[in-house]
Design a protein around this ligand. Structure first.
Ligand SMILES: [Zn+2]
Length: 112
């Protein structure tokens, strides 16, 4: 079953829903926090299949094993600090996540 992530345009509450495709077409999605229908889908539907899980785990293990995310984050942070310029909040958040060791693929998914 596809899995959808929504964010409320009224209170910024993020929530997740499991919907069938038929439900997705007809469902009136409202924010569970404030009841607003001003919600938008955050990311594309994610179907978790065996292959997908394996791929994700491989990516995660690869990043953890090589510390490549943290290395990349560190390099980008160094460049940013040397430039003396502020990063846009989105970019800064992505960079912070990289530094925490999250994989670029995971972070990238949240910004589409
Ligand atoms: Zn809300």
């Amino acid at each position: 079953m596809p899995f959808y992530e929504y964010i409320c345009g009224n209170c910024d509450h993020a929530f997740s829903l499991f919907l069938t495709y038929a439900e997705y077409d007809t469902a009136a999605v409202t924010c569970p926090d404030c009841g607003s229908d001003d919600v938008r889908r955050k990311i594309r539907p994610v179907r978790v299949t065996k292959g997908e899980k394996t791929r994700l785990r491989d990516v995660t293990e690869e990043a953890a094993g090589s510390n490549s995310s943290q290395m990349l984050g560190k390099v980008m942070r160094t460049i940013q600090e040397n430039s003396g310029r502020e990063l846009p909040p989105d970019t800064n958040e992505a960079l912070t996540r990289l530094e925490r060791g999250e994989s670029p693929a995971e972070i990238d998914k949240d910004y589409k």
